[in-house]
Design a protein around this ligand. Structure first.
Ligand code: ZN
Length: 272
C-alpha cells in the first residue's frame, strides 16, 4: 500500500472558529486536498463555542461531501459521560466507552439519523477523545458505518468483520515515515501564524497527502490480489498433488515400454 498522510480536521459544528476555518477551506481547495472533516451531529460541548453559529452549516458540510471530502461521524453530542479511555483513548473520558450497549446504540442511531437527514453519508467513525469500545464498533458496523479512523497500525487494514481501520497517529506533519498516517488538526485555537505554517506544510507535503477514497481503492485492489493469490496457491497445490500421479503413470508407461520396445541400440527413451 502507498505511504501517505491523510488530513483530518476535528470538532466541526456550527460554532467553530469560522475566520480560521474559512481560510483553511480555501487552502484545501487550492491544494486539491480531500481531508476527513469530523462533524459533531448535535454539539452540546460548550468548550467548542468559538463564535456565533455560522449560517447554513449543514449545507456547507454537504458541499464538502460533494467535493469528495470524507465526512466523519464525530460522536453524537461530544459530551463525555464516562471516565473510560476505551480501546485507544489517551485520556480517561468518553462519550461511549463503558456505556451499556443499548445506550450506545440509541446515541449512535440518533447521530446517524441527523447525518442522513442532511443528506450526509455516515461512512467514517471518528470517536471524541479517541474513546470507544468493542460494543461501539459492533453497533456501528451493524448500522453501516464500517470505517474507523483510529488506532496505531502502520497501514489501514480490514478486520474479519469487514470493518476497515485507518490508523490515526499524528497531531502535526513530520517527515513521512513508512505507512499511512492520519494527521489530526484541531484548528479552533489557531492564529494567523498557524495558518501560515499550515500553508507551508501543504506546499511541502502535498505530494504525499492521500484521501480515504485512495485508501479504500487500495484495500479493494489488495482484496482482489489476495483472491488471485489464493487461486494461484490452490492451482499450485493441485498441480503438486497431480504431479506424482502423472509421473507414476509416465513411469508405469516407461517400464512397460522399456521392456517391450527397447530399441535395438539399447537407448532409453527419455520420458521424464
Ligand atoms: Zn472532538
Amino acid at each position: 500500500m502507498r505511504n501517505g498522510f491523510i488530513l483530518r480536521f476535528d470538532d466541526l459544528c456550527p460554532t467553530v472558529n469560522w475566520k480560521i476555518w474559512d481560510a483553511i477551506e480555501e487552502l484545501l481547495v487550492e491544494f486539491d486536498i480531500k481531508p476527513i472533516i469530523s462533524v459533531i451531529p448535535d454539539n452540546r460541548d460548550k468548550s467548542l463555542i468559538y463564535g456565533s453559529p455560522g449560517e447554513n452549516f449543514w449545507n456547507r458540510v454537504l458541499s464538502w461531501q460533494k467535493r469528495g471530502w470524507t465526512i466523519g461521524l464525530h460522536g453524537y453530542q461530544h459530551c463525555y459521560l464516562t471516565k473510560n479511555p476505551g480501546m485507544y483513548g489517551r485520556t480517561g473520558r468518553s462519550e461511549f466507552a463503558g456505556l451499556p450497549s443499548e445506550v450506545q446504540e440509541i446515541k449512535l442511531r440518533n447521530a446517524i439519523r441527523i447525518f442522513l437527514s442532511y443528506g450526509l453519508k455516515p461512512e467514517v467513525w471518528v470517536a471524541p477523545a479517541h474513546s470507544f469500545d468493542a460494543s461501539t464498533v459492533e453497533i456501528l458496523a451493524r448500522l453501516g458505518v464500517r470505517i474507523i479512523n483510529d488506532g496505531y497500525a502502520l497501514f489501514p487494514y480490514e478486520d474479519r468483520h469487514g470493518v476497515v481501520w485507518i490508523p490515526q497517529q499524528m497531531g502535526r506533519f513530520r517527515k513521512l515515515p513508512i505507512g499511512v498516517w492520519t494527521v489530526c488538526l484541531h484548528f479552533n485555537g489557531w492564529n494567523e501564524e498557524d495558518l501560515r505554517r499550515f500553508r507551508e506544510d501543504l506546499l511541502r507535503f502535498r505530494q504525499t497527502i492521500i484521501s480515504v477514497d485512495d485508501v479504500l481503492q487500495q484495500i479493494s485492489e489488495h482484496r482482489r490480489n489476495w483472491v488471485q493469490a489464493s487461486a494461484a496457491r490452490l492451482l499450485d497445490a493441485s498441480l503438486r498433488i497431480g504431479r506424482p500421479l502423472r509421473q507414476g503413470l509416465l513411469q508405469g508407461h516407461w517400464h512397460f515400454r522399456s521392456k517391450s520396445f527397447r530399441s535395438p541400440q539399447g537407448n532409453s527413451e527419455n520420458l521424464g
